[in-house]
Design a binder for this molecule. Structure first.
Ligand SMILES: [Zn+2]
Length: 580
């Protein structure tokens, strides 16, 4: 017998079999028993939540002569032909592959003919958001002139892409993500029916990886079955889902706890190299932190899971303060948001790893420390929001109150008053100095060796520099812009880093030992603008006293022209750099 994927074998055939969408299925059953059938439905929701299954059940239920309580019998000729996909009056269209006007026009024409065998002609249009504008217009016309005995069921994962004019002509049902527990129960049910043994925690891992989609959960379960011997173990589930093992997470969190940034980054490297997916990785770490908290406050809630907790986990739970864990959760949440829209999640992960290993963030208020035993996920979520707000407030306060950390630079000799702030202060004068002498050639040279430079650094240094780009270079200076203020600050205060970058650059570009000037990426457009509009007088005055005046023989006007042409030269090149 040909092996059939679990999600096919176990596709729901009755409304009552659709997991986790009781409100919807009950409403549909009522509509059928009361013959209140709409001529157009819109099923929206994440993938694998039962939209197309429900559509097919609906098609059967309205046509089944033996229908009881709104459920199809699944035995009669009509039911079976719909299940098999051979029923002429139930037409399934995948808009992802048929998005043309022609198809919809054909549907319109065919919809004019009465159903031949069934009572209702049912069109199921999957991924309806993929239709072209023309096709939507054609569809709209069809929906505007509803035919008796014709039902349209539109399904989509992206309802926001569907014109409001269409939505308003349909009865809309929003399918929600299926609860992890519901998925676990269903998987357990299927495995028991198939006489497969399994470890409970394996199903949890699979359900979590499926993110509320039953079809994904079943596909993963399929893989786990083919992967395992005679019992589906937690280890199998971790392997198949690409989740982190407890051992990996133990080591990672331990490194964070010990504020060992290098170890954190090297572990991260290891996890990514072994094919762990960024999103899953963050999810796993978040759950681990959540477990740490719950284990501290209400270990009983984790009774089922507890057998898998390692000695390291338990020790961490004993030693790490709740405040620290909240701080980590906050950082992980942030990273989760950041990687959502990026194609290069690695940088964000590395930044998160640096932050995680920086010890407790002082901005996180101690008021969140007193978590109650009833620590539910929701409560944690609320606390995070409070924490985030508190953090913002104290950051603002700090900017007003605390003196700035001094940056080790040559210009420190100018003992100017600095505004009180913990924020990184961009060394504007030094930036302008570089810009004034900037040459395209120098920047091109630096860019050429940039990848080699990265490769020459230690894991920690590499991670820091990877979140930066060279912006301008002169024979004596190099402006490097960092994506994050926190990394910029760290880089500027890290003499080893400065030396390593400088030494390696001078090794790769002979006789080039630039003064490194660190700025935040955010400040670059303003700096550039300021420089271009000539507001560099103060920089001129100070710097010129220190060094030989290179343009002493030129008049002010000539100097200005020179600066402009230089700037054009410089930024003409820079304009080709993509800046987001
Ligand atoms: Zn039937």
């Amino acid at each position: 017998m040909v092996y059939q994927a679990l999600y096919r074998v176990w596709r729901s055939q009755r409304f009552d079999d659709v997991i986790g969408q009781e409100a919807i299925t009950q409403t549909l059953k009522n509509a059928i028993t009361q013959s209140q059938i709409s001529h157009a439905y819109l099923f929206t929701g994440p993938r694998g939540t039962g939209k197309t299954s429900a559509a097919k059940i609906l098609a059967k239920a309205v046509n089944c002569p033996n229908s009881v309580d709104g459920e199809p019998c699944n035995e009669c000729e009509i039911c079976r032909s719909i299940t098999d996909g051979t029923q002429e009056d139930v037409i399934e269209i995948d808009a992802a592959s048929n998005n043309g006007v022609e198809e919809i026009r054909l549907i319109r024409e065919r919809a004019n003919y009465a159903p031949t065998q069934a009572q209702y002609k049912v069109y199921i249009i999957d991924e309806v958001h993929m239709l072209s504008t023309g096709a939507f217009n054609a569809l709209l016309k069809t929906l505007e002139e509803p035919k008796k005995n014709v039902i349209f069921i539109l399904a989509t994962t992206e309802p926001h892409k569907i014109p409001a004019t269409i939505i308003s002509r349909t009865q809309r049902f929003d399918f929600k993500r299926i609860d992890t527990k519901d998925i676990v129960d269903h998987l357990a049910y299927i495995l028991e029916k198939n006489e497969f043994s399994f470890e409970d925690e394996a199903l949890n891992v699979i359900a979590q990886a499926a993110e509320g989609g039953m079809r994904d959960a079943l596909s993963i379960l399929d893989q786990a079955i083919s992967f395992s011997d005679d019992i589906i173990t937690l280890q199998d589930a971790l392997e198949v889902t690409g989740s982190l093992t407890y051992d990996m997470m133990d080591r990672f969190i331990l490194a964070c706890q010990q504020e060992n940034t290098a170890e954190c980054l090297s572990l991260l490297d290891e996890m990514l190299a072994s094919g762990k997916e960024a999103r899953r990785l963050l999810e796993n770490l978040l759950l681990y932190c959540r477990d740490l908290l719950v284990y501290q406050k209400a270990p009983k809630l984790l009774a089922e899971k507890a057998q898998h907790f390692t000695a390291t986990f338990k020790q961490s739970a004993d030693e790490i303060s709740a405040q620290q864990i909240y701080s980590w959760i906050h950082i992980l949440n942030q990273a989760q948001n950041e990687i959502r829209f990026t194609t290069s999640p690695r940088i964000y992960l590395e930044v998160a790893a640096v932050k995680l290993s920086e010890g407790i963030s002082t901005e996180i208020s101690s008021s969140v420390d007193n978590a109650q035993p009833a620590d539910t996920q929701e409560l944690v979520g609320l606390k995070e929001q409070v924490t985030a707000l508190q953090q913002e407030i104290s950051q603002l306060k700090n900017r007003l109150e605390q003196p700035q950390q001094q940056v080790q630079t040559k210009t420190q000799q100018h003992k100017e008053k600095k505004p009180a702030s913990t924020a990184y202060r961009v060394p504007k004068k030094r930036v302008f100095k570089v810009l004034k002498e900037a040459r395209k050639k120098d920047l091109v040279n630096v860019k050429e060796i940039w990848e080699d430079l990265l490769a020459s650094l230690s894991v920690t240094q590499k991670a820091m520099l990877r979140a930066s780009q060279p912006k301008a270079a002169s024979p004596n200076g190099l402006v490097i812009a960092f994506d994050y203020e926190i990394i910029c600050k760290k880089a500027a205060n890290d003499q080893d880093f400065v030396l390593a970058v400088q030494n390696n650059i001078s090794r790769m570009i002979s006789d080039y030992v630039p003064d490194l000037v660190y700025i935040t990426d955010e400040s670059w457009p303003t700096l550039r603008q300021e420089f271009l509009s000539g507001h560099k007088d103060e920089a001129d005055e100070d710097e010129l006293t220190e060094q030989e005046e290179p343009e002493s023989t030129t008049t002010d006007e000539q100097k200005e022209d020179l600066a402009v042409s230089k700037a054009q030269d410089l930024f003409g090149e820079l304009a080709t750099i993509k800046e987001d």
